[in-house]
Design a protein around this ligand. Sequence first.
Ligand code: FE2
Ligand code: FE2
Length: 471
Amino acid sequence: MALTDSIPNNVDLGSDKKLLRALEKWQPDFLSWWMEMGPEGFQADEIYLRTAVAVDPKGWANYEYVKMPDYRWGIFLTPREGERAIGFGDHRGEKSWNEVPGELRSILRRMIVTQADTEPASVEQQRLLGKTAPSMYDLRNLFQVNVEEGRHLWAMVHLLHQYFGKDGREEADALLTRRSGNPDTPRILQTFNEKTEDWLSFFMFTMFTDRDGKYQLASLSESGFDPLARATQFMLTEESFHLFTGETGVERVVQRSGELTMLDPNGDARAQGGIDLPTVQKWINFWFSSAVELFGGEISSNAADYFATGLKGRFREQEKYTDHLVLEGSYTVPVLSDEGRLSSKEVPLRNALNEVLRDEYVADCERACRKWNHTLKKTGAAFELYIPNRRFNRSMGTYAGRTFNPQGEPVTSAEFEAHRAAWLPTPEDRAYVASLMQPVHERGKVANWIAPPKQGVDGKPVDWEYVRFQG
Ligand SMILES: [Fe+2]
Ligand SMILES: [Fe+2]
């Protein structure tokens, strides 16, 4: 099969010989990376997967049984009608770029590579999870997320190959040689080097870390570099399923934990083989505090440059804002004195855009948490989950090297250490959660520590045969 047939696309691959050659060279390396670092086992099984096959909002995807190595990783750009103008920053109103402006070349390449690197990283982080899936439904969803992160890598590699020449090809190769968690060749961002070795972590990752991705992709989808805007816009359609997996996954754990707490005479969900709610809270604290770092420094000249040059806008820049220049206005950011006293100061708004994006993210996480608490309340368990303050457990930016409790109040490092085991997962907690991770691969069955899903995939029942195991 010719490459143009195996790669569904709307970028007219067949007519661009140079691009085609570059991708033909990269594809076998991608596949060997997938076999080495993608899901371990299950590569011969038939999975009921969604594949992006077009850009029509109503009919963009196809569901069918496919073996993962045969998945058709495609390249799609959201179509544009007519010309588009740059929507913000110093070039606002000028024609958007279809080629890389020379002076922005290296900064743009770095932005694309940083985004691209997270895609294979998450597949690597999740590669062993299939072995302990709590249900066939969850197993299928894990693989759906994995193949789509693979497609997101293709989307970014397409941009590197088409617009960045030799440098772009070298970056595309390097994306397949770094390895999550490897001290010698780590992935670029720290959260993507964390271990995701249990399913509670997987749900937290798709809830909190993938959600950072949503906000980054949405900001890039405003970009004045049109191919990047269009590629990321299409990626967002797939991304919403990843966030759904995380948010509902945590919700199902919370529900079951509440039920088991009520079932146990001493209110101890662990005694019933479940995950107790304080442990769920510790996982939230860990993953939220790790993901929130991804937005960058509170005061950032890089963020100001990205906005000024028209490369990265705000979340829903066109819908939500009327002033797209942001030359006036300020934002109150926190500052810490040498003694650790918290105060605030006004900075020009352009320098606070990381914090503006982080505000959107935090509000979204708090919305989800309210939903979890609503579900929890219905079980009768007297426990309330929270999203920790963004100052808690940070190692970058203003709060790095300082200690705060989950409510965001300054505490001494001795106080922090004294509470560490109550706030963050301990090795014992991790061992306990790991002990619950026994595979449930029979159709329609669900592990004891998680509630069944409310609905199946693609209108199918919950007990549908989402995976056809071969042999
Ligand atoms: Fe992705
Ligand atoms: Fe994702």
